[in-house]
Structure formats: C-alpha cells, structure tokens
Ligand binder design. Structure first.
Ligand SMILES: C[S@@+](CC[C@H](N)C(=O)[O-])C[C@H]1O[C@@H](n2cnc3c(N)ncnc32)[C@H](O)[C@@H]1O
Length: 201
C-alpha cells in the first residue's frame, strides 16, 4: 500500500469533507479528484465522506493520464522549458505509479478511475447529467486549465457543492473566483496552498 500525497494541508481537505453541507437528503453523492498521483487526496475524500452519507449511492471519480505526460504545471515555470519543450526538471507521473494506485484502490467499490486528461474526461462526459458535490482540482495548475475545469464542474453543481483548488496562489485566482461567482460560488476558506469555494444558492 503506497497511498501517499505530495502536497500539504490535507487536514483542510479532510475538514472540508467533514463539513460538506447536504441541503437536501441526497440520493447520490459524487466527488472527483483531477490529478491523483499516489492517491492520498482521493483516499481522504472517500474515507471522510463515505461514513457521512448513509445509504445514498456514492461515487468518486479519479482522473489522471499518468504516462509521464509532459505538461505545463504553472503559469510561470519557464525554467522548466527548453527550446519550447518541457524538460526533465518538471516532475512526471509514470504508469508504474498508476498501476500501484489502481492496486491500492482495487477493493473500493466507490472508486472509479479514468486514465485520461481532464480535457478528455470533460469531452466524454459533456452530455452527462452527473452533479458533483465536491471536486478537488490538483492536475495542471495554470490559470487556463483551472478556469476551464472550474467552469465545467460549476455548471454541474448544486447548492452546497464545493470546489477545492490546490496551489491556488500560483495561478491568477482572482479570474477563477470572479468567473464562478456566476454560479454563486464564494470562497469558504483558504490555507496557504488550498482554497475551498462553495456554492451558496
Ligand atoms: C501534483 S500531482 C497530484 C497530487 C495528488 N492530488 C495528491 O494529493 O497526492 C499532479 C497529477 O496531475 C496529473 N495530471 C497532469 N496533467 C493532467 C491533466 N491534464 N488532467 C488530469 N490530471 C493531470 C499528473 O499525472 C499527476 O499525477
């Protein structure tokens, strides 16, 4: 078992799961993590929420392409780019890591893994009617990527839904905050690295 994390403030993630409000008794609860790595984020979300929701159906979607994908992590990490290519200095996440993660969550009936990028997932499920209660965004951290993910999930949310963003201080968070205010998401709380937005209406 190697369910580990690479970030900080997992205690905040846990707290935001413990206090997730259910304004109506839900028939189905759906959570999601974009960017899974070794799985600690998904583990905390599932372990904390599962005991809270009784007999409701619970699904957690985990989205990650692995495959040592080279991608732009942040808006301004130009030192990771050489001749227009992302270099070895930027961390990548291997298929071996994926295989271990799949083993670690193998016995968990709530866990649904999609081995693909956020964009592929959003394309495939664009017409799906799934409503997300809590989403943890920890894949690419550029403003463009987070904005696109946030808008997609905000459109598929309900009163009380939460969107948690990792490393929010490394993107232009103001753009994201303003955009999701359209759906009445407001900042509930923020730490040094993680922020939690909640839909108020
Ligand atoms: C910082 S790690 C995630 C850490 C994890 N959330 C945790 O708490 O331990 C970033 C992950 O994002 C994944 N990733 C990169 N590009 C992605 C994309 N376009 N869509 C989804 N995941 C992506 C990487 O493969 C990597 O596993």
């Amino acid at each position: 078992m190697t369910i580990r994390g690479d970030s900080s403030e997992y205690e905040l993630l846990k707290e935001w799961c413990e206090t997730l409000p259910f304004f109506k008794q839900p028939k189905t609860v759906t959570t999601c993590e974009v960017g899974v790595r070794e799985g600690l984020g998904s583990q905390i979300i599932m372990m904390t929420l599962k005991p809270r929701i009784g007999n409701a159906e619970y699904v957690h979607y985990a989205i990650d392409p692995y495959g040592d994908l080279k991608y732009q992590h942040f808006d301004n990490n130009q030192q990771w780019k050489k001749n227009g290519e992302w270099t070895f200095k930027a961390p990548t996440y291997s298929n071996d890591m994926r295989d271990q993660m799949v083993k670690d969550f193998g016995g968990n009936p709530n866990f649904k893994f999609y081995n693909m990028t956020d964009l592929q997932y959003m394309d495939i499920f664009n017409l799906s009617k799934t409503i997300y209660d809590l989403v943890f965004l920890d894949g690419p951290h550029t403003t463009k990527d987070i904005l696109r993910e946030t808008l997609w999930f905000a459109e598929r949310s309900r009163k009380g839904s939460r969107i948690i963003i990792d490393d929010f201080n490394l993107c232009n968070f103001e753009v994201i905050r303003a955009a999701v205010s359209y759906w009445d998401f407001k900042v509930l709380q923020s730490g040094k690295n993680k922020v939690c937005l909640q839909r108020e209406e």
